[in-house]
Design a protein around this ligand. Structure first.
Ligand SMILES: Cc1cc2nc3c(=O)[nH]c(=O)nc-3n(C[C@H](O)[C@H](O)[C@H](O)COP(=O)(O)O)c2cc1C
Length: 188
């Protein structure tokens, strides 16, 4: 079964995108894990050259991405852009190659009617530039997300949204070939 690693662009404890992420992972047919990207240092190529040893959180993230068969990126939009913490994580992955050819789904959720469409488009563009395999049928912009979240369960509670997420995750799984033999799915 394909192994899925998720990254969230929100560090908020009560994040609506975190709730979307958890619901999406529960609808994916295969092992899943979530990367903690909040402790990554700011990207600095000086720390990442041929003679440098990458910082431990960076090495852990790269190991986790390498051990996954597909990626799920779930994020809010800030000022019509990608949250800095998420762009920072992707910057650490640009030249190390773990994303190359890997199926990726991008989901943005927002209280606004646009569903974070600017951030969604920017993330897809960045991931395509990184030669990730962005699966368009698995990407979603989720508008007016607030009332669709159950704050106690910290999951999506809205049935049409859950149905849509199930469809998105099945498209991602269908586009993913599990590695043989499958290694461990680690969490940085
Ligand atoms: C500084 C800031 C900028 C924001 N900019 C946008 C924006 O450009 N577009 C948008 O749809 N929502 C914007 N929002 C609203 C976020 O989508 C909203 O706070 C959302 O709940 C954050 O996601 P989270 O619940 O997963 O943390 C912004 C929020 C903040 C705090």
């Amino acid at each position: 079964m394909p192994r899925l690693l998720a990254l969230s662009g929100s560090l908020r404890a009560r994040s609506s995108n975190g709730a979307v992420l958890r619901s999406a992972l529960e609808l994916f047919d295969g092992p899943t894990a979530t990367a903690d990207i909040g402790a990554l240092p700011h990207f600095n190529p000086d720390l990442d050259g041929e003679d440098a040893t990458p910082p431990a959180p960076v090495a852990a993230l790269r190991t986790a991405v390498a051990g996954a068969d597909a990626l799920l990126v779930v994020s809010p939009e800030y000022a019509h852009g990608v949250p800095g913490v998420l762009k920072n994580a992707l910057d650490w992955l640009v030249s190390s190659g773990e994303c190359v050819g890997k199926p990726v789904a991008v989901i943005t959720a927002s209280p606004s009617p646009t569903g974070g469409d600017h951030a969604n488009a920017q993330l897809r563009e960045t991931l395509r530039m990184m030669t990730g395999n962005v699966i368009a049928d698995a990407c979603r912009e989720l508008p007016a997300i607030g009332p669709k979240i159950d704050p106690t369960a910290e999951r999506v509670a809205d049935e049409p949204t859950l149905t849509d997420l199930r469809t998105a995750m099945s498209h991602l799984a269908a586009a993913t070939t599990p590695a043989t033999p499958a290694g461990p799915l680690t969490t940085p």
